[in-house]
Design a protein around this ligand. Sequence first.
Ligand SMILES: [Zn+2]
Length: 175
Amino acid sequence: MRCPYCSSNEDRVLESRAIRDGSVIRRRRECLKCGRRFNTREEIEGSILMVVKKDGRREAFDRQKVLRGLMTACEKRPVPAEALENIADEVERAAYGRGLREIHSRDIGEMVIEALKALDQVAYVRFASVYRNFQDIDQFKEIVETLSRSVREAQNNNRDSQNKKEVQEGRTDVA
Ligand SMILES: [Zn+2]
């Protein structure tokens, strides 16, 4: 494989991973010349999944596109790149796992939203708001309310443990 950084053809495989039940193999490679690392994918030809967009147009499923959406949502968030790769793999596996030739773009969007929910709340709201295009404003409000509630709860918990600590250390008894 040609190194995307220095164009050398010499590399070694660090790791091979089967995804989509083995119909795709992902390899992590290291360039022997410049030492940089990159990923390659090998897949069975003809296993194309078409995505039906909102306006009815079709395009081939593109894992990179899913990954780009994830990266945008997680910009400046403390989320490791590997976690995003894993979500893209997961979405791809689930999309192909339906065994159909077509999938609706909104189904893919919902899979991403669900995965982000478990990963990073800010990225989740960002993606959900852009993806759902504020069309469903009630749902968006619900998301924001759930989010601010959980933030409040986290703050309360922090305050509680802070208070306990202070009591233990005798600081609050001074007066
Ligand atoms: Zn190189």
